[in-house]
Design a protein around this ligand. Structure first.
Ligand code: ADP
Ligand code: ZN
Ligand code: ZN
Length: 727
């Protein structure tokens, strides 16, 4: 008998491959990485089962494994079974799910070993000896670090000084050791704050369920002190030797958030987001796996972090769309976090000022427990909200006279102003007055956006960049005009109105450089910039104490969207942005510019609490059986040839309809709203059902048949379970 090892390899195929054991003496275990021959290539795969051969096996056809990369399984049982669950739930190839779960360096086959670094420490006995000035400097410095200081940090502080270190070591004044590389625990912690009654209640409710699976929805208005609740619970967990996983939506928020935890909790904190290097990511991942990191703070993909001893999961801004992966394995991090909490039998907190309808629905069904924080912890009042008719008099393109006066008034009082517009660039339209020519992208069904500063036209969908024309390419006149306004234009026109004030633009263009965003946040916090013009990057979570006025410039955009979630997302966004005003001692004001101030949506938004609006929306979803009440799946396809995507999806639809005895509605296929993007024609097929299960059963049954279609190998296609947007 021979041992046969089944391996999942990173490839789009939906089955696993058998290999022969190349070394009887090796201790083969599920979850180890192996290097295997695959066609003409070699791939790194994961062992998913091990069995003894039987008569049915055609051993002659099997190839031996080339090499096993791990002594111990790299994936623990938790992550293994989670990967299987991902593959089953999202109908995604298992090998690809492992790719999503592992950090890049480990996917590429690096040793799963923690990096160490040299730590210098004062010796306990300090025999007096004459020291050079550099040596004395080192001794003085290390006196502040009783636990030692890494060589890298030491060099950063006083420059390289290896000879001095060596001679101090010879004199037995210092000792060096190799320690696992990790951000040290902060030693000067700031005072904890006294939680108010609501915060205290929230903490105790969660703490009472510390040993069981229990989802909590922590709904607290902006500035109500949700983060303090997280900190208190995290501290308690860490004291008990448990790990806490905290997910936050945007990388931009990480540093602010992490530093609050560092200041308050004596713990090892690992950060996992896309701004860290692959090497750091691997280290953080391994630290968490070994239980050496107490707190793991990260964005979406951090939900896959292995945790030896997990006690609590927290998802901040749980309604945020960035928790959903929009390509490849289209998972929702909130969903996965819930599964992990359930399996680990621990509590999970979903925090938000504007919870998703998904979570509110679960509260309604009594599957989540609701915890509420109803007032601002600092005593600050929520800002007063005004609706401004954007068709009225204007001071500048995109800024009404009323808003302009309000800005001037706040600047007079030395306050900061935040203007929010969800459109990058100078203007969304470039048009010829003479012949009506419009600049549009040749690869997409989209207009080219004017970026004046770079003197370009840019397509925000495929990235195509062209020189800004000075003449109409069609009729050669010079009568080109821009219409509408983006961040760049607002920045320029406000700068012209307020020449002595610093205007800061914060969008994807202005924050491309590493640290640019963090630097801007510091600039804002120190009060340097007075007018902040930004996209939704600026809407979330930030705590800018001196912002007293928030203006929303293009509020209508969201209302015009055809997406069934448009009202929900817009309400959440506006309330989040609104929450940026008046967080300090001064009270705040909000101006929303809209062409339809009488629209029931706006009237509700300024007159009703979020819960009332959300309940209304939930009722609507109920009547049309849309999520979170009903269940959806989108099958998307795209191809360079115009009809192929539609044709493939029609074949799929025909298959599904033929055998669908359940109540699954198969709708379409239809071309995507933006049919052509980046040179590909796109289409989609919608599956809808009042309950979740039939959709999954249908896909389970047909996925292999669909994958085997001739066109399935030609067009790009994907399955999106619980899609966030249908456009
Ligand atoms: P949220 O996360 O709900 O937006 P934060 O936790 O950031 O709210 O709190 C908002 C502000 O209120 C912060 O400046 C925080 O330090 C302060 N704060 C929170 N809780 C308290 C409290 N119990 N007493 C005093 N200040 C508090
Ligand atoms: Zn023209
Ligand atoms: Zn384009």
């Amino acid at each position: 008998m021979t041992t046969i090892i089944q391996v999942s390899v990173p490839c789009p195929l939906r089955f696993n491959f058998d290999y022969l054991n190349n070394n009887e003496a090796h201790s083969w275990q599920i979850g180890q990485r192996v290097l295997v021959p695959f066609g003409s290539r070699q791939l790194i795969g994961i062992i998913i089962s091990i069995r003894q051969s039987s008569e049915d096996d055609n051993l002659a056809k099997l190839k031996p494994i080339i090499e096993c990369l791990d002594e111990k399984p790299l994936l623990d049982e938790d992550l293994l079974s989670l990967s299987h669950w991902l593959s089953a739930y999202y109908h995604h190839p298992l090998g690809d799910c492992f790719q999503a779960v592992l950090p890049k360096k480990l996917r590429q086959g690096e040793q799963a070993q923690l990096e160490t670094e040299t730590i210098w420490q004062l010796s306990s006995s300090q025999e007096k000896s004459t020291l050079g000035s550099k040596q004395q400097q080192i001794i003085d410095l290390l006196q502040q670090y009783p636990l030692g200081l890494s060589q890298t940090e030491l060099y950063k502080k006083i420059g390289s000084c290896k000879p001095s270190l060596n001679s101090l070591e010879e004199k037995k004044r210092l000792s060096q050791s190799q320690q696992i590389k990790q951000q040290p625990i902060s030693t000067n912690l700031s005072e904890p704050c006294n939680l108010n009654d609501e915060q205290q209640d929230a903490v105790e409710s969660v703490w009472k369920s510390a040993q069981q699976f229990m989802p909590f929805l922590l709904q607290g208005i902006t500035g109500s002190g949700k983060t303090e609740v997280y900190i208190e619970l995290t501290e308690r967990m860490v004291k008990q030797g448990k790990q806490v996983l905290i997910l936050i939506p945007e990388i931009g928020l990480t540093s602010q958030f992490v530093s609050r935890f560092r200041q308050r909790v004596a713990a090892y904190i690992s950060v996992l987001n896309s701004s860290i290097s692959d090497r750091e990511r691997k280290q953080s991942w391994l630290l968490a796996k070994e239980g050496l990191a107490n707190i793991i703070i990260g964005t979406r993909s951090a939900v896959f972090t292995p945790l030896k001893n997990i006690g609590l999961i927290i998802i901040d801004e749980e309604h945020d769309g960035s928790y959903k992966q929009q390509d490849g394995l289209r998972y929702h991090a909130r969903n996965i976090a819930l599964i992990r909490a359930q399996r680990a039998k621990i509590p999970i907190i979903l925090g938000s000022a504007t919870p998703s309808l998904e979570s509110l629905y679960k509260v309604e069904q009594e599957r989540y427990k609701l915890l509420e924080l109803t007032y601002r912890a600092t005593g600050a009042k929520l800002p007063k909200v005004h609706l401004v008719d954007s068709t009225g008099p204007k001071a500048a393109n995109g800024v009404s006279s009323i808003l302009y006066r309000a800005i001037a008034e706040q600047l007079d009082r030395e306050n900061q102003v935040l203007l929010f517009i969800n459109r990058r660039g100078f203007a969304p339209v470039l048009m010829c007055h003479e012949c009506n020519w419009q600049a549009s992208c040749s690869h997409c069904d989209a207009k080219m956006i004017v970026h004046q500063r770079k003197n370009t036209l840019c397509c925000h969908h495929c990235g195509l960049i062209q020189r800004l024309p000075t003449q109409c390419p069609k009729c050669q006149t010079n009568d080109l005009n821009t219409y509408g306004a983006g961040t760049e234009q607002i920045e320029l026109s406000l700068q012209a109105y307020f020449p002595d004030t610093t205007v800061l633009r914060i969008d994807r263009d202005s924050t491309q450089k590493v640290n640019a965003f963090a630097d801007m946040v510091t600039n804002i916090q120190q009060g340097g910039a007075k007018i902040l013009v930004g996209t939704q990057m600026l809407a979330k979570g930030h705590d800018f104490h001196n912002v007293t006025l928030v203006g929303v410039l293009d509020a209508d955009q969201g209302l015009l969207s055809a997406d069934f979630r448009a009202s929900e997302t817009l309400a959440q966004l506006i309330i989040q942005v609104t929450g940026r005003a008046g967080r300090g001692e001064k009270s705040g004001e909000v101006y929303i510019q809209t062409s339809q101030p009488q629209h029931p949506f706006w009237q509700d938004l300024i007159n009703q609490p979020y819960r009332v609006i959300a309940n209304k929306l939930l009722k609507e979803r109920e009547t049309i059986s849309m999520p979170p009440v009903g269940s959806l799946c989108v099958i998307r396809a795209e191809d360079q040839q115009e009809q192929l995507a539609i044709q493939f999806l029609s074949d799929v639809a025909a298959l599904l309809i033929q055998h669908n005895q359940q109540q699954v509605l198969v709708l379409g296929p239809v071309p995507a709203i933006m049919e052509k993007r980046a040179g590909r024609y796109r289409a989609q097929l919608l599956l809808s059902c009042p309950t979740r299960k039939p959709i999954h059963q249908l896909l389970d049954h047909y996925i292999d048949i669909i994958s085997a279609q001739k066109l399935a190998k030609k067009v790009r296609w994907s399955i999106d379970i619980d899609p966030l947007d249908l456009l």
